[in-house]
Design a binder for this molecule. Sequence first.
Ligand code: NAD
Length: 297
Amino acid sequence: MSDKPVVGFVGIGNMGWPMAANVLKAGFALKVFDTSPEQVGKFVAEHEGAVGAKSMSDIAACELVVTMLPTGQIVREALLEVESSAFISHAKSGTVVIDMSSSEPTGTQELGAELVKKGVTLIDAPVSGGVAKAISGALTIMIGGDDAAAIEKSKAVLATMGERLFETGALGNGHAVKALNNYVAATAFAASSEAILIAKRFGLDPHTLVDIMNVSTGKSFHTEVVLKDHVIDEKYATGFQLGLLAKDVKIAADLGKAVGLDAPVSRLISQRWADALETVGFTADNTEAIKGWDKSL
Ligand code: NAD
């Protein structure tokens, strides 16, 4: 019998699907749950050995549970509230929950304090790298947690999904790093989008602009990987929803407020993404934000 823990994976969407597939491929027993039963059925049909869970009480039987859900609030509901607290009332003492979603750091600290009363340890381990690196198992993972033994126990599972594992300190720190990273990336995207819109109105070819930025100081992940295909050539298919990125930027801006820093750039960028969300919609690809920003004075 394998000495590897049974992994319960909650949320098999754009990111969770390939991440769970990599956990299974590495030889862990895997149980998956999603509020979409069709998604669970499809995953189990395509991955031999994976077991579909019918509810969160089914997941509570697993020693290690990964959550990969849209928001920290949804993670909280899944663990504490749904099906009359099915997860928390059935989870065994010693269970470790790894929240890999991009959640709100202070909410993570509060959730961790509630779970620990029931003998369940929470660690945060959000990811960057997007769908492509989720598929190749090459995500960057930022780990936060107050229980060194739980972090050690989690590392073998995390290593099946990520290439670079960083320990960032206390519970919530991983989520703070994730939000701050995405805030900086979202700022670069907003600035690059404005540059493209200005260039076009001035009569410049935006491909030329991006080619030159890529060998100049304006270079970024977006100029190198995203702008040509997804924005200028209008593919809009990075696999990362606009609403999720707007959420991350707001988390970073709120964190600035929570620590008492006057951080006007974060407030402005959060507002820009909130405006795009209103015009273009939550489930649009994040690169479609440029459509919402293309306005005349
Ligand atoms: P997604 O919307 O594609 O997937 C979320 C999944 O969770 C869906 O299958 C949904 O049915 C399921 N779900 C929702 N509520 C549930 C519940 N209560 N119980 C069980 N399942 C539930 O989102 P995603 O793109 O996979 O993102 C997941 C998380 O990862 C988010 O926090 C996001 O910010 C973060 N993230 C996304 C990317 C990306 O490129 N897509 C990159 C890094 C981090």
